[in-house]
Design a protein around this ligand. Structure first.
Ligand code: BG6
Length: 471
């Protein structure tokens, strides 16, 4: 549909950007913070550890001031579980509470709405030792953590996101350094889907608790959604597309928004003997939980074809590069799309299709919690970063939000990845996403000084014009 007249962005649209604690804060064991799985993992070869990152912990005032200069209406960040509860449960760390109070107050000082992710890939190491999400008690651990956050920050934080990219934790946890499987486990996939089930129950209970404790707050999930295309109009490819959409996207959102498992994904789990066991009350927990909106991260679409038994190539999957799901579907390269320098396909029109499908399917307002281009940036001698490639990427995606709004989709905001440069999940500091450049290399911490990239000035104009001026 080509619209003759485009609708405007809503006046209260959340223009902002995103980050996550373990990727930007640094101060990994400072002021009483306990280690998370990210602090004890073996970092991928050739990439930085997570001790200092962008040192946001010590630079947050400067960073928020730069966000305010761009005109941000929102800042999406995550709370590090072990900064608040060093062992994941038990004693609360007052210094951790103080840090997030300061961060939240600093945002509010500039009228920036804090959008808080409760869990972003950083399980407390002490809880990993107790079996991580495999342990049924993980549901209570998470709900307790949620309660501590609601009690301490709920008077000022009105937007909450439960678990960042639970689908990626489940599908590519090993790649992003979050997968912990108890020793001696013989059926890893079954264990992974049991963990996923515990996360779904924990999320449902946290949503109910949020509504009980903070009646004026809103809460929603934050999966990574890539609409899946079929490789062709061959009927078998259509089935493969439906299969992968179910397993990659709808499994997570159907439980969160509709209160039950997606039937296609469930059939796949049963077929393989990987279906999770339910405890009494789980079904009820799913039914009682009602998100107020859907937060979602979008980087690209995925394309699949019917599974080919004779094809034995091993495809290495990450968040956006697909793999093969035996008997179900296999990813292929989409010949119509360009790729980023790091091999992720770029599909702005697919973004519109994703927004339309999500809204059509769940009828909930949508908040873009991530979107962006990972690229090699260069700081010039005169302190500039000419990232026209990033501007181009962001422009094309913002254009599609306006199309989606005109299509009738209820859009709450756009918070691309990332506010400032930070460490990638598995590709280090060199894969930069920020609007703000952070002066450090992979292994050399340099000055950690902040610089405004060209995209910084461009985004400022976009926000000033409420999305009308994208030039
Ligand atoms: C998402 C995550 O998967 O994509 C972020 O929520 C991540 O934590 C972002 O950094 C970009 O991915 P990557 O692998 O390039 O860091």
């Amino acid at each position: 549909m080509k619209h003759k007249v485009l609708k405007d962005f809503p006046d209260d649209f959340f223009w902002g950007a995103s980050s996550s604690a373990y990727q930007c804060e640094g101060a990994s064991l400072e002021d009483g913070k306990g280690p998370s799985c990210q602090d004890v993992k073996e970092v991928p070869e050739g990439t930085s550890d997570l001790k200092v990152c962008s040192d946001h912990y010590h630079h947050y005032k400067e960073d928020i001031a730069l966000m305010a200069e761009m005109g941000f209406k929102s800042y999406r960040f995550s709370i590090s579980w072990t900064r608040i509860l060093p062992n994941g449960i038990g004693e609360v760390n007052p210094k951790g509470i103080e840090f997030y109070n300061n961060l939240i107050n600093e945002c509010l000082k500039y009228n920036i709405t804090p959008i808080v992710t409760m869990f972003h890939f950083d399980m407390p190491a002490a809880l990993d030792q107790k079996g991580s999400w495999s342990n049924r008690e993980s549901v209570d651990w998470f709900v307790n953590f949620a309660k501590v956050m609601f009690e301490n920050f709920g008077d000022r934080v009105k937007y909450w996101l439960t678990i960042n990219e639970q689908n990626m934790l489940t599908l590519v946890g090993a790649m992003i350094g979050t997968l912990t499987i108890p020793e001696g486990c013989e059926n890893v996939q079954k264990e992974v889907y049991q963990q996923n089930h515990h996360m779904l129950v924990a999320q449902a209970k946290a949503m109910v608790l949020c509504h009980e404790m903070l009646p004026n707050a809103k809460i929603g999930p934050a999966p990574n959604i890539s609409l899946v295309y079929p490789a062709s109009c061959k009927p078998a490819d259509i089935i493969a597309e439906e299969n992968f959409n179910a397993l990659r996207n709808w499994l997570y959102l159907d439980v969160a928004c509709k209160g039950y498992y997606n039937p296609i994904a469930w059939a796949y789990l049963v077929e393989n003997g990987w279906q999770p066991s339910f405890e009494d009350g789980d079904e009820e927990a799913f039914k009682n939980a009602h998100p107020d909106f859907i937060g979602f991260n979008y980087y690209s679409t995925a394309t699949v074809e019917a599974y080919d038994e004779s094809d034995t190539t091993e495809a290495k999957a990450d968040q956006q590069k697909g793999g093969r799901t035996k008997g179900f579907c296999q990813s292929i390269k989409n010949p119509n799309l360009m790729k980023s320098e790091f091999g992720w396909e770029i599909d702005p029109i697919g973004f519109r299709a994703t927004m339309r499908t999500l809204y059509d399917r769940y009828h909930l307002p949508l908040l873009v919690t991530e979107n962006g281009l990972g690229a090699y940036d260069t700081l010039t001698e005169d302190g500039k970063v000419h990232d026209d490639y990033r501007i181009e990427y962001l422009r094309k995606h913002i254009e599609q939000i306006r199309e989606a709004i005109t299509d009738g989709v209820d859009m709450l905001g756009y918070n691309p990845w990332s506010a400032m440069d930070l460490i990638s999940t598995h590709e280090g500091m060199k894969k930069r996403y920020g609007l703000i450049y952070v002066d450090r290399d992979e292994f050399d911490l340099k000055t950690l000084k902040r610089y405004r990239k060209d995209s910084f000035y461009w985004y400022k104009k976009v926000i000033e014009s409420n999305g009308k001026d994208l030039d």
